[in-house]
Design a protein around this ligand. Sequence first.
Ligand SMILES: Nc1ncnc2c1ncn2[C@@H]1O[C@H](COP(=O)(O)OP(=O)(O)OP(=O)(O)O)[C@@H](O)[C@H]1O
Ligand SMILES: [Mg+2]
Length: 487
Amino acid sequence: MGDVLSFGIDFGTTNSAAFSFGDSGKVSIETPYGAIGSMWPFPSLVAINRKDGSILTGIEARERRNELEKDYEVIRSVKTVIDKDKTYEVAGKKWTPVEIATEIFKGLAEAIRHKSKSECKSAIVAVPVGFAPAKKANIRKAAKKAGIEVLQFISEPTAAFCSNYEDLKMCTNVAVFDWGGGTLDIAVLHIENGRVYELESDRLDIGGDNIDEKIARKMHERFCENKRINISFDEMSSKAKDSIINKCENAKIDLTDTDVSNVSVLQYDDLGIVRASIDYDYFSLLIEPEVEMAMECLENAINKSGLNITNIDRILCVGGSSKLRPLRRKLIKKYGKGLVYYPKSVMWDIARGAALINTKGYQYRLNQDLGLVMSNGDFYPMLRKGQTLPCEEARMCFATVNNEKVAKFIVSDSANPDECSFQQYITVEMEKPSFLKSYFEVSCFIDPDMLFRLRIRSSEFQHKYMYFWTYDNVKLVYRLEGGGKNG
Ligand SMILES: Nc1ncnc2c1ncn2[C@@H]1O[C@H](COP(=O)(O)OP(=O)(O)OP(=O)(O)O)[C@@H](O)[C@H]1O
Ligand SMILES: [Mg+2]
């Protein structure tokens, strides 16, 4: 085909997905990639055989996740421990979280190879708002080990918004409601002249997986009643638990459009064939607490952002669990049909947004000045608001007063203590009193993981920095208009 593809990756806690845009002549081709041979994203699950170290990932690992536990070490949600100093010892080999994450990236790379016959050599990767730099650095490493260079990280809600920008162009404030398998992530975005600002975010550690298990436990009770057998769900074999949880997940998904769904398992341990139906009303009542918590989380995030619901133009719903019909109904009932927005493909929007940004070449920009407060109280910006990130190193030299051994600096984003978002006091000491014409050099830059890095050295010891400081809460803005590679 010879098509140049631009990739985006959603590295999720429960599911991951990739997406590409390519240009074949004038037609832009969009392709989602998930589990090979299925319409689903790629489950973020890695199973390693305890005897021979062989690896299972993707849909097979997910469908047999409890059963596999007998012979495999099944590692879930590696994204949440990606920066932890821990190892999984399996079959005589020590695995770090980075190596586990590498297997997921390899799975995505394989899915891309399989579907588009091309290699994913680089991609933009979406991560949650406020994702720690150490986590980003490790995701970068994991992707690299799988042959994928991370061009840039983008926050998940901003990616979801970008994917729907054409439809949401007229909005000033958008709440992104992203409910997946393991977590609900809410972010409140403010949009002005094509610039996207992240005002607030909140999270709830409840998702579709919890709901599946809840339904499974209820179904189990019914089966036991029908068969007059008294055995608790936890006592069932892992294989039986897997089958019922998978069937309940399917039933949950069915109930998006049907009023009754069936759950049946052919060999449910000693209970043999079991079968029951679940109707929408019962299901809706069962998951009411989870839905209520999700609604509350959304409301809290909006309140914390300083806005109220009358200022919100759209609630953008993404992530598989946002499709839950009881939730959708409640959202519409509370906020009105006009406010609740469901894109066409809630499961792929984050990866799609990341891929879209990749084709357009958009970059993050700095949304504050960063610099030094001088001894006379003036503020000297070293990095300026609006500049594209990551950025080159900016340097500034300070003459030292003869015979002074100590220099003091204040790093901030404003001279006014009431307006600044942080102030960092720095004192550096020379090894010996300075001579005439000696000076300190302060330099800073923002690295590809959006970490502000500042360092200081003296003219007398050019080869060695005497002070390092990093700041991970840099204010960012995304420009969706006029900021790309084409203008
Ligand atoms: N039609 C549907 N109705 C209800 N739930 C659904 C539907 N389709 C998918 N789901 C659920 O969505 C969840 C997966 O969503 P998604 O792929 O967005 O997760 P994720 O991004 O990996 O999770 P997280 O954001 O927690 O990391 C699963 O629990 C799945 O059962
Ligand atoms: Mg997600």
